[in-house]
Ligand binder design. Sequence first.
Ligand code: NAD
Length: 298
Amino acid sequence: MSTIAFIGLGNMGQPMCGNLLKAGHAVIGFDLVSGNCDRLAAAGGQAAASIADAVAGADIVISMVPTGKHVRAVYEGPDGVLQNARPGALLIDSSTIDVENSRAVSKAAEAAGFVMVDAPVSGAVPAAQAATLVFMVGGSREAFDRAAPVLQCMGSSLVHVGPAGCGQAMKICNNMMAGMSMVALSEVFTLAERLGLDYQTVHDVMTKASGNCWALQAYCPVPGPVPASPANRDYAAGFSMGLMLKDMRLSQSAAADAATSTPMAASAAALYQKAVDEGYAAKDFSFIFKLVSGRAGA
Ligand code: NAD
């Protein structure tokens, strides 16, 4: 069993730590919000006073923070991981961030003598709780093999997708698809209703037909057909509109860097931006159906 330092104990970090503890690892965590450190301690982990304190005795460091800026501060800051972790420690960043910052941190880690992978996840809080996350891992084969046993404690599927930064590239492409398909499906439900079809019928037929997709089958944006979907609890966030906007923006800046035209994703990103501008950042991203169907204020 290993000693694991976990940086970022928010919505995802907390249940991921729970599964590491369940698997018998010692977890010492740090978050800027002291209440999050207290929650880890209450769950059987140990709360650290700083990143330096958390990583000093750790075999493995995992980070789960919001953006590239946060990841760079966590690893490269004066009190950060690279200055304070034990030589030979394995570093795993599971945050969803841009490829450029991910590769820069990985390069700095390598220069400081560490082995690092980017390992962003698909699956929201329920998957983090159930240890069924999908990990998309970028890094060397050796780094992937070292990370696999600990990632298996938190996920049901691990894929080595390429060298450093490729985990983030894969995650950005996946979420670009999820973001676009939720908007597309919202248009379909809006039209279907106006043509006299009910939601359940649309769901029953399309899940068996060529229009099927994850958003329809598992995360339906209209109330009724999928009991676990946020549409049935007033769109309380599993995955927030704000985070989906962040990921759609990541897709758009990656597309610009790669000189790739993505007009559908651009149009979906503009809709998520509108939703956030109208005050819906904290709602689940499937609330985009309400905007598309013209019922956001209803
Ligand atoms: P969150 O905001 O709930 O948690 C992030 C935590 O990081 C916060 O508690 C914050 O205080 C902490 N933090 C920020 N900077 C820090 C620092 N320097 N030191 C210590 N702690 C710091 O976010 P989340 O929902 O847990 O998401 C985390 C990452 O996972 C994001 O990149 C997100 O896009 C990705 N993700 C989220 C979901 C989801 O459904 N919520 C799903 C897949 C991926």
